[in-house]
Each structure stands twice: as structure tokens, then as C-alpha cells.
Design a protein around this ligand. Structure first.
Ligand SMILES: C[S@@+](CC[C@H](N)C(=O)[O-])C[C@H]1O[C@@H](n2cnc3c(N)ncnc32)[C@H](O)[C@@H]1O
Ligand code: SF4
Length: 426
């Protein structure tokens, strides 16, 4: 892969303007990254590059970050609005956005309100943990316009929660769902992890069954990824913990699948389960369906906009604080570096619809047929087939046979984690 490079804010905006052309209105997803949490969980691969002290910053430590974030939003927002961009979904993730106090959230929301036309938002989601929630904070979030919450439970087994380094108990996890309902949040998701090292299928099954009894509208089940630099991956390396074999990881996920299927949930994208299609995550349209451009604000945020992939790295936190307008890495999609498109293509293949060629072209400026013919993607598709994937082709797109997506994903994940960083999802 060629060296990633950056781009000046002025050149970036010129490049985006060229791509937008005469398009009067372009839909946009807005992502806001909050790199703070109350604990550094042993499995989590979203915060590996953040030192515990900074991750757990109190208000004084968070304030320079919020100032930088607001500056970045106030710089890009008006210019993107002038180019015709209108946000339809907003997602605050991290980290744990609800680690922020209501006043800090309001300051960020004010920057967004001043910079974008948010009147067309159909969903505003925020990630949380059971221990970073209380009724007052939820009331403030509702008042600001948050209408979807995603809460990480991971497991309801107290032993697994301890092993995972979670900062909450099983009781707090169980109390989170009624607390959301009481606050009037009816659209919410709970995150679970299947295949934790050493967890037997009975324990996972009990968690899934108890969660189903809480009747959440959306459940995400993530097969465990043993990502290097996490505490749990180190414990596996040192044999303090025993990894499941890929075959057992698939079986663990299938345990959750069967239980959720019996309870009336269906999987609309690998790992994402709803009873009612109305509760599908609208942000997923951008993350996986390639529906439109996405701008990510904050250290550690990724964007796909104007045929560019942009991102900031948490390792360059100090640089972000001093110059939040320059993305630390920027890449214009080309067939010379096809590997940059692995995540968007992989994400789209996780959905039932797969990759839609027209959407792909609009988002990246590239022909999918040409991309697929590159040596990199020819091999990548072959590897997925070796992992059990079957591809269904049409004139307008390509999708994976839904019956085998989980098997191909988990087997591929096991290979990736054995040889390098795993494909990340949330
Ligand atoms: C960005 S994290 C934030 C969630 C929130 N801070 C919490 O802890 O509940 C989103 C989700 O990614 C999933 N996740 C993180 N690391 C993972 C890993 N190594 N393997 C599988 N899922 C993981 C977890 O389910 C987590 O809830
Ligand atoms: S799982 Fe959530 S709370 Fe735990 S470290 Fe990751 S982002 Fe923070």
C-alpha cells in the first residue's frame, strides 16, 4: 500500500466541490467521535490507541477536545452546506459519548446547529454503556433531539463482564433497558458479543434469551475479534485465556442466530437483528449500503466524501487538538490502491442487498467491475470464497448468499486476526 498522505482543508473542499458538480442536494451522514470512556474494556478494539488516563479524562481534560471538535464542525459544516449537503442521519460514537456532561453535549450540538441544516434528520443515535446513563442525562439527550440509543451490554453473565473489564454489573445492564423506555427512548439497540474466549454456548444462550425478554427493537451481535494490542488478545497470546477455534466461533454465532430467529427477530445485515423493519439502523444505509457521503468529526473519525477516504488517528491526538481542520490522512480513491476500498466493499457485502454498482460509482467515482478485476480484489473475493462465501451476481450488483455471510465473515475474521488487524465493525 502506498504511504497515506494528507490534504489541506482548502484543497479538500475544492476536490469535494468538483465531485458534487451540479447536484443540488446531496444526502450526508454526520459522525461525531467522542474518545472518552469510564473504563478501557479488555476486548475493545476501538480505543486501543488511547491511553487509559486520557480515555478516562474528567471534564477539564475533555474541554480542549470539545473546543477542537466544535472548531472542526464550524469550519466544514457551512462549506458543505453551501455545496448542497444536507444531513439525514447523525451518529455519535466512540468511545462513549454519554461520558460527556449535558453541557458538553449541548456545546457540540450548538456547533452542529450553527453549521448544518439539520431539519432533514431522520435519526440521531448515540452510543452509551449502562454505567454512563442516568435519567437526567437521558432527559437532556431527548431534549436535544437524540431519538436512538445504542447501549453495549456485551453479556449478562457477571463472570464474563468481569473478564471483559466492563465498568458495570449485570444488574446495571438489566436496568438500562427500562431506563431508556422510561425516558421515552423507544428506538434503541443493545450490543452483544458472541464467542468470548472461554465462554461456553450455554452462557451465550442465556444472555440472548434474557435480552430477548427485554424486547429491544434492535440487537447487534458481534463475533469476538481478537485484535492485537487489546488486553484480551494479550491474555490469549500468553495462554491465560483459550481462544475458540473458527468452527466454534461460527457455532457460537449460530446459537445466537437460532435463538433470535425463534424469538421473531430477523437479520437484515450481518449481526444486526430486528423484529420490525422500521427499527433497522438508518445509519447503516451509509455504513453498509453505500447510500451517500459521510463526514466524521473528531480524532479517530473516518469520512468518505467527495470520492475521498479521510481519517484522523487517535495516535495523533495532540495534532488534532492544535489543527482539527486538517485530516491526518486523506486518500482519493483510485484503482492503484484498491485495498483502501476493502472496508466499504466488505461492509456492503454484509448486507442482504450487497454492492449496488451505481451507488458504488457515485460514492467512489470508480467502476466496481474494474475494481474487482484488480489483482487485490480478485484475490480478496477468492479468499472469501475459500472462507465459505458464495456470490450472487446481477447486472446491477453483487451480493453474498445470505445463508453463509456469518460463516464467511467469521472464518475470514479468524484468518485476519491470526495475521494482522481484524476488520472492525460497530
Ligand atoms: C465503539 S464500541 C462502543 C460501545 C459503548 N462504549 C459500550 O461500551 O457499550 C461499539 C461496540 O463494538 C463492539 N466491540 C468492540 N470491540 C470488539 C471486539 N474486539 N470484538 C467484537 N466486538 C467488539 C462492542 O459490542 C461495543 O459495544
Ligand atoms: S467497549 Fe465501549 S466503554 Fe469499553 S472501551 Fe470500548 S468504547 Fe469504551
Amino acid at each position: 500500500m502506498n504511504q497515506p498522505r494528507t490534504i489541506s482543508p482548502r484543497h479538500l473542499l475544492t476536490a469535494i466541490a468538483e465531485v458534487v458538480g451540479d447536484d443540488p442536494v446531496r444526502q450526508l451522514a454526520v459522525y461525531v467521535h467522542i474518545p472518552f470512556c469510564s473504563s478501557k474494556c479488555h476486548f475493545c478494539d476501538w480505543v486501543t490507541d488511547i491511553q487509559v488516563g486520557r480515555l478516562r479524562s474528567a471534564a477539564a481534560g475533555r474541554s480542549p477536545y470539545i473546543a477542537a471538535l466544535c472548531d472542526q464542525i464550524r469550519f466544514y459544516g457551512p462549506q458543505l452546506t453551501r455545496l448542497g449537503y444536507r444531513p439525514t442521519v447523525m451518529y455519535w460514537g466512540g468511545g462513549t459519548p454519554t461520558r460527556l456532561a449535558p453541557d458538553e453535549m449541548r456545546a457540540i450540538k450548538a456547533a452542529l446547529d450553527d453549521s448544518f441544516d439539520l431539519s432533514g434528520l431522520v435519526q440521531w443515535s448515540m452510543e452509551t454503556t449502562p454505567n454512563d446513563l442516568d435519567p437526567d442525562k437521558l432527559a437532556a439527550m431527548r431534549e436535544m433531539g437524540v431519538d436512538r440509543v445504542s447501549v453495549g451490554l456485551q453479556s449478562l453473565n457477571p463472570y464474563q463482564l468481569r473478564k471483559a473489564g466492563r465498568a458495570h454489573s449485570r444488574e446495571q445492564a438489566l436496568a438500562a433497558v427500562p431506563m431508556l423506555r422510561q425516558a421515552g427512548i423507544t428506538n434503541f439497540n443493545v450490543d452483544l458479543i458472541s464467542g468470548f474466549p472461554g465462554e461456553d454456548r450455554g452462557s451465550l444462550l442465556r444472555t440472548v434469551q434474557e435480552v430477548v425478554e427485554l424486547d429491544p427493537p434492535h440487537i447487534s451481535v458481534y463475533p469476538y475479534r481478537a485484535t492485537p494490542k487489546t488486553v484480551m488478545a494479550m491474555q490469549l497470546d500468553r495462554e491465560f485465556l483459550q481462544a475458540h477455534r473458527p468452527h466454534d466461533m461460527v457455532a457460537a454465532y449460530e446459537t445466537a442466530m437460532e435463538s433470535l430467529g425463534r424469538a421473531g427477530y430477523h437479520e437484515y445485515c450481518h449481526g444486526y437483528w430486528v423484529r420490525d423493519a422500521a427499527h433497522e439502523d438508518r445509519d447503516g444505509n451509509y455504513k453498509y449500503d453505500l447510500a451517500g457521503d459521510k463526514i466524521g468529526f473528531g480524532s479517530g473519525a473516518e469520512s468518505i466524501i467527495g470520492h475521498h477516504l479521510l481519517w484522523n488517528e487517535n495516535t495523533r491526538y495532540a495534532a488534532y487538538l492544535s489543527d482539527p481542520r486538517t485530516f491526518s490522512l486523506a486518500h482519493r480513491f483510485t484503482l492503484d490502491e484498491p485495498e483502501r476500498l476493502t472496508a466499504p466493499v466488505g461492509g456492503a457485502l454484509m448486507t442482504r442487498q450487497g454492492v449496488d454498482f451505481a451507488r458504488f460509482h457515485r460514492l467512489t467515482g470508480l467502476s466496481f467491475a474494474e475494481l474487482r478485476a484488480t489483482g487485490y480484489f480478485t484475490r480478496w473475493f477468492q479468499v472469501l470464497e475459500e472462507c465459505g462465501a458464495r456470490f450472487l451476481e446481477s447486472d446491477t450488483g453483487v451480493r453474498m448468499d445470505p445463508a453463509v455471510i456469518h460463516k464467511a465473515y467469521i472464518t475470514h475474521l479468524a484468518q485476519a486476526t491470526a495475521g494482522g488487524p481484524a476488520p472492525q465493525r460497530a
